[in-house]
Design a protein around this ligand. Structure first.
Ligand code: DC
Length: 221
């Protein structure tokens, strides 16, 4: 049987950084489900599809071919033959992803792909509904969070290091708005699964969180 670790939590909690490091240590495949919603959001934007128009939604779900490849251990999202990794990391793409993630048809399409990936290999998968919806029988579930102030500070630092000029208060407001949308949508809202272990990383370093997850894995083996 494959081993599955589910990591859910709000935007900016450090899920992907931590999941990547844990994947490396355990030699698991890292599956970033948010990237798939980002690719779907990009598809809506590039084709001028309206997220409120049902015909557009059906068309987008039928014609967007999203597949996942791995190169040197890195997940590559391929949208209709194009590697879109370079296009989906912007704040704008994140907002669009959060908007298309409220659409049932989009979720049904992507959950199928996500389950398929977990059925053939040991995975550590991060997102919003991994423990509650995608892999309810995951061997280990972690709900990783941090205060919105701390998450905003980390995002600000990351942007500033990349030379992106940004404002801390605006970042925190965006994070709170994204939490609102992800936690209060009708389908598969972000919430901690009953059997998930809560990890608040506000006062933890990346290494401490990674070590804690490895420790939990050893316990749940
Ligand atoms: O983790 P991220 O920031 O890349 O995710 C972008 C958006 O995609 C997020 O705001 C909500 C949505 N998402 C989701 O609804 N379900 C998931 N499993 C992953 C992401």
């Amino acid at each position: 049987m494959n081993y599955c670790i589910a990591i859910d939590g709000p935007a900016g909690a450090g899920k992907s950084t931590i999941a990547k490091l844990v994947a490396k240590k355990l030699e698991f495949i890292y599956v970033d489900t948010g990237a798939m919603y980002r690719a779907m959001g990009l598809y809506f934007t590039e084709n001028n599809f309206d997220v409120n128009n049902h015909e557009d939604i059906v068309k987008a779900c039928e014609t967007a071919d999203i597949t996942i490849e791995y190169k040197d251990g890195e997940q590559i999202v391929v949208l209709n033959g194009e590697n879109v990794n370079g296009k989906i990391r912007t704040e704008e793409a994140g907002k669009m992803a959060s908007a298309v993630a409220t659409i049932k048809e989009v979720r049904v399409k992507l959950v199928e792909l996500q389950r398929k990936l977990a059925s053939v290999q040991n995975v550590i998968m991060d997102g919003r509904d991994v423990g509650t919806q995608i892999l309810p029988n995951a061997n280990l579930k972690v709900y990783l969070t941090a205060s919105s102030a701390e998450r905003a500070k980390r995002r600000w630092k990351e942007n500033t290091e990349k030379g992106i000029v940004c404002d801390l208060a605006t970042i925190e407001a965006d994070i709170i708005a994204r939490d609102e949308q992800d936690m209060n949508r009708e389908i598969s809202p972000l919430r901690q699964a009953e059997d998930a272990i809560l990890l608040d990383s506000s006062f933890m370093t990346i290494d401490e969180v990674v070590e804690e997850i490895i420790r939990l894995y050893q316990q749940h083996k």
